[in-house]
Design a protein. Sequence first.
Length: 647
Amino acid sequence: MKKIFFSLTILATLCLQQACTDILDTTPYDKVATGNMWTNEALTNQGVAGVYASMRNWGVYGASGYSYNVVPFECFGMTGEAYRSVPYLSGTAGSGDALFSTMWKNLYEGVHRANDAITHLDEAGEGGVDEETRNRLLAECKFMRAYYYMRLNELYGRYGHGVPIYTEPISTVEECTKTQSPESEVWALIVQDLTDCINTTDFPDRYLEKGRASKGAAYALRGRAYLMQGAKYNYVNASGRVESTSIDRTLLEKAADDFSKVKNCGYDLFRGGYREMFTEANEACIEMIFSLQNIAKPGYGSSMQLMAGSRSAGDRENATGYSQYSASTAIVDLYEYKDGTAFDWETIIPGYFAVAGDERIVYFLRDKEAGGSEISPQMSPKIDAKMTNESMRSKYLPEGNEARLRRAWQNRDPRLEYNVIVPYGEVYYGTDANLFKTGNNNPIPYVYRWPVGAANQSVASQISMNIASPYDLRQDGTGNVEFAYRHRKFVMEGYDCQYISNSSIDEPILRYAYVLLMWAEALAQMDDLSGAAAKINLIRERESVEMPAYSFSNKDDALNKIRNESRRELVNESVNFYEELRWGTLRQTKYSTYMGYEPAAHACHGTQSNNNGGVKWSDINDYSIWPVPSDEVEKNPKLNKTPGWVY
């Protein structure tokens, strides 16, 4: 753990002004003397801002790096795919892997910052602020401590192991000498902190400002804490599956009660459209309970657009996206038809899965003829090069391949094309640096066709190849990498983005649809199947989605449908990995053949360029729990090594 007493450099923080008029502090400061930190309103607000700031630069809520930021918590789950190999996915990560130590340190950094704030705000008259403000800020810091401990406990403390509990400030790393407290004691601290928040009169039910903890957020987080204890899915690594489920009805009733209180605090489903919810204009809408705030300024924005956008997603500085992670094949296939029936490739291309994986590429190729005439002489050799045998050539339709394939994504759950750019589907309006330099800032229409003509081809180069508007979605490379789906959610269109690596769109951590999904799960585990279906149907039937209502025949049917709805609804929100881990399904849905696809198979069973992005469950270590990092064990011998891991 880092020395944090209390030398902060806050690069992107929430400035918690008493008047609640400006919650983003864009004035960095460092090395505030310990004796001065909590002596006046301005410094106290900055100190609390530092507690929030620890959310940045890890998980999906980061602004730099590949292996430890932005990408992991989306591509680690069933819904995402990594462009390059990540050790935790490829089965090579050991207890000394930097991912585990970085997350451990960052989460405890947040804990220690929260402890410092709580200690200095816990007594009347402290902090140099009025009592209403002091109580509110104290509650916010307890919420944040609970949030950091929840992440620590669910990653490192599973199966009863727990993590060290620190509730007092520390001055040096040498003071971090505690062993793990039992998992149940960590949950008890989380619940107590959130209960204190809820019982604080001066803690508002809902802020109109963005990025701040509230009483509604505390109910949602406490409900999740009860749910995680009330329904424990007992995964056994030796068998690779959940062998039993431990149910505590009392805790599940508490979870359901807490989830019911969230709406009373002023939160609900957004009625302005699913797609529109994930835009800057609606980032503070009624559905967003707790989010990480971003602005378009270097060091203060999200790099999600950089990592999830294609080369056609650009900014006003002529930089483009990287497509470092994408939507998985399995999640795309999981979206139902509009009438509620399951998608099946057999209805689109009979015998689809009987064809060898690498040969399925033929179904995804663009047309090379129209009306019997060649469309683009330059593209024909690239198309032909993808068909390596007569069997493949016999399956190709020179002027009908696109129409045949397009049927796969027509008449589906609208959230599919709201979330994902699919081949030959809805136009994506992006950018072109060369045109922008000439003063043309009109959004450029792109459509996703395979194969691409060349690496990161400009509009001008496409025109020279007889490719007309809408142009080919621009990609990296000309290998099989282009056969991966691209994200649309959180990716701006046109030149709306000032800086591609610092998107201004806030990133939701808790939103009301997620609460409804967890609520439905709690009800299903208590055998209230009709109540569970009612919660899920609120999500499915809302405006712009309007999918048929569900009914559940039994508990297993309910849990399966609830989980699938969670996967569809929350794609690219860094939720799925945590849920698959909690459900004990991560190995099944991410690391094993799932829905007919091999791990990291991508859209047509092609591999990423240079064979990157492979997935394999470790033969040595138990990936269902993260290990206490080996360097932490070396520094603190009182820490117990995580069972199932080699040190």
